[in-house]
Write a protein that binds this ligand. Structure first.
Ligand code: GDD
Ligand code: MN
Length: 383
């Protein structure tokens, strides 16, 4: 790391400060070889428009934050928000937006997949009164370019349909990570946004749509098509987990936020856990001739372990436990689930005593333990 020479700053005559009209928000994770080039391209594209360039980096191992700070020593409109101990595209974007005071902001990926040359056109439309301007990949035939694999493209189209149900809008690319909007529209809805997952734009459109509908105002969304480019350097952080998280977000929004995405994912994992439990029980008891007690005990431990691993990867992908904390997390998860199982059995027996219907009592017992395990592991396991 280079030593900062403060006296060299004093010699430079300062450029006059101009308030930025547009904030460019760049979420980054391992993008050290992309951010500099993106800055140059954005600067070229925006011409005279005063803008600031805010990179929100989640302590990338490749040192992206240091690269951005070096850029910030050269250019007065570059800022690095360096987050430690947190991961997540949506929450990074939200923090970047909140760090700026510019009347407009645009969110753009660091990897040069988004075409920055349409930024002036997007800004023009926002100045003319559009609330949200979306850079869209499906505006024209073949616009996905070389940027998406076939499965990704199919998945993306499915997600587009699903989100159409939510937004009720004929948007061609609500999954876009590239959009520009007026800051004040964002401020109205910021408290109701989910900070989990990848799909911040969808969340913004749904929340803003509802707020506006309640107040009888129209939400003006428009689109600007562009060609999605292949990633410049590095690799994508998108995974099948992200897809499942996205489905969680859709259901969570349909429940109007009553059910947090993480609760739905926790429940989903629990459902798989039941299958794992029954499978293990069958194997141990039927195939390996364990007596029922030991087979059931084994199945319980296997299912709890399975649930822990999956929850750590999926439900709490943003606060993944690693190393020693993985082990202590697993132990606390066992402990909480055991208490949850006790709660389950007592609630179920209590209801059964009243009602005598085993399936109702059984189901409510299970529900009870899911809610219990979810709430308590949120406090003790994935803090
Ligand atoms: N701060 C931060 N934290 N940034 C992140 C994180 C994170 O946990 N994960 C990803 N990013 C950054 C990446 O560094 C990149 O700049 C941007 O978010 C998009 O990540 P990619 O890994 O390049 O995603 P993608 O290209 O697969 O997905 C793109 O297409 C999707 C639609 O198919 C993105 O534009 C998505 O937003 C979009 O929904
Ligand atoms: Mn990308």
């Amino acid at each position: 790391m280079s030593v900062v020479q403060f006296d060299t700053y004093a010699k430079k005559s300062p450029e006059p400060w101009v308030a930025p009209e547009l904030a460019i928000i760049v979420p980054s994770y391992n993008e050290r070889d992309n951010v500099g080039l993106l800055y140059e391209k954005v600067t070229a594209a925006l011409g005279d428009t005063p803008f600031e360039f805010i990179v929100v980096d989640d302590n990338s191992p490749d040192g992206t934050s240091e690269v951005v700070r070096e850029m910030a020593r050269q250019h007065q409109n570059v800022r690095a928000i360096h987050r430690i101990g947190r991961r997540g595209l949506s929450s990074a974007v939200i923090e970047g937006i909140l760090a700026s005071a510019a009347p407009y902001f645009a969110v753009i990926d660091a990897d040069l997949q988004h075409d920055e040359t349409i930024l002036p056109h997007m800004l023009e439309k926002a100045r003319a009164g559009d609330h949200i301007v979306v850079g869209t990949r499906y505006g024209d035939e073949g616009s996905v370019g070389g940027g998406l694999s076939r499965t990704r493209e199919a998945g993306s189209k499915l997600a587009t349909r699903l989100s159409g149900i939510l937004t009720g809008k004929a948007l061609s690319d609500p999954m876009s990570g590239f959009f520009l909007m007026r800051r004040e529209i964002f401020d109205e809805i910021a408290p109701s946004l989910s900070d989990e997952g990848f799909k911040i734009l969808l969340d913004i459109i749904v929340s803003a749509g509802r707020t506006h509908a309640r107040q009888g105002r129209e939400l003006r969304i428009s689109e600007v098509p562009y060609t999605f480019r292949p990633r410049h350097a590095g690799e994508s952080k998108m995974s099948s987990l992200v897809v499942v998280q996205f489905l969680g977000l859709v259901v969570s929004k349909l429940s109007r936020g009553l059910l947090p995405t993480s609760f739905l994912l926790f429940g989903l994992v629990g459902g798989f856990g039941v299958v794992v439990h029954m499978g293990t029980l069958w194997l141990a008891h039927e195939q390996f001739a364990f007596n029922f007690f030991w087979a059931q005990a084994l199945a319980t431990v296997v299912a709890m372990t399975f649930n822990f691993v999956l929850n750590n990867e999926l439900t709490y992908a943003n606060k993944k436990l690693r190393g020693w904390r993985y082990l202590s997390g697993l132990l606390s998860f066992y402990a909480v689930c055991s208490i949850g199982a006790l709660a389950n059995v007592s609630v179920a027996s209590w209801i059964y005593a009243f009602d005598g219907q085993f399936y109702l009592a059984g189901l409510l017992g299970v529900l009870m333990s899911v809610v219990f395990n979810y709430s308590v592991t949120r406090v003790f396991t994935w803090r």
